[in-house]
Design a protein around this ligand. Structure first.
Ligand SMILES: C[S@@+](CC[C@H](N)C(=O)[O-])C[C@H]1O[C@@H](n2cnc3c(N)ncnc32)[C@H](O)[C@@H]1O
Length: 202
């Protein structure tokens, strides 16, 4: 059986690497749709890493922050006191339902089968009228973007045992798994933030 993704090794320099390659772009795009979160919402952050996003979520929200990397979680715990869960999302079981689920650069970690499984799990965990906010990479078709994305994937495949060898079409897969997109913003080049509801619930 394949070992799960492991970001412990890259955790100490992940943010530095991200700033060096993308500047503040990867952090900024994560904030695009956070203003749509209702006050007092019950939020699940998946693969939140070192927790940069935590200080941008409403003060009165109830937050569950899940990540598989203990080293990432140790950094996130210094940012804000929320409910931290150390788990592989693909194995995690919960009876709770969330008003909002956020996946900041999380779904790109998965190979096609696991990506489908992850989105199906998200669908079950979301309240019927809940919102899914996906922030991730996309390929705009340009050779240079494709090259950078491929390089990045190979780097994380090597350092973090990433199950995905190349970037999947995340937006298309989310739609395919029964979500309806209500807002989408693409940042020129390679990142997007989109808000989805479960289709049939619109
Ligand atoms: C590319 S990093 C993004 C970190 C952070 N969201 C950011 O934007 O800086 C992906 C994160 O997802 C976590 N992750 C990957 N696979 C996971 C899984 N199966 N279950 C839970 N977390 C996972 C990693 O540990 C890592 O912290």
């Amino acid at each position: 059986m394949r070992q799960p993704n492991n970001f412990n090794f890259v955790a100490p320099f992940y943010r530095w690497l991200s700033l060096m390659v993308y500047g503040r772009k990867l952090e900024a795009v994560q904030h695009t749709h956070l203003n749509l979160i209702e006050p007092g919402a019950n939020i699940l952050v998946l693969g939140g890493g070192s927790g940069e996003i935590l200080n941008h979520l409403p003060a009165d929200s109830h937050i569950t922050f899940l990540d598989l990397s203990e080293a990432m979680l140790d950094q996130a715990k210094k940012k804000r006191r929320v409910h931290f869960v150390h788990a592989d999302f693909l194995q995690w079981e919960s009876t709770e339902h969330f008003d909002c689920i956020i996946t900041p650069f999380f779904l790109d970690c998965f190979a096609p089968d696991d990506l489908q499984t992850a989105i199906q799990k998200i669908k079950v965990l979301l309240q019927p009228d809940g919102r899914l906010i996906v922030v991730d990479f996309y390929h705009d078709g340009r050779r240079t973007t494709g090259f950078l994305l491929r390089l990045m994937h190979l780097f994380f495949r090597w350092t973090a045992n990433l199950s995905s060898g190349k970037l999947q079409d995340i937006h298309a897969t989310v739609l395919q798994e029964g979500f309806f997109c209500i807002e989408k913003q693409e940042e020129r080049g390679s990142t997007f933030s989109a808000v989805y509801i479960r289709s049939g619930d619109e």
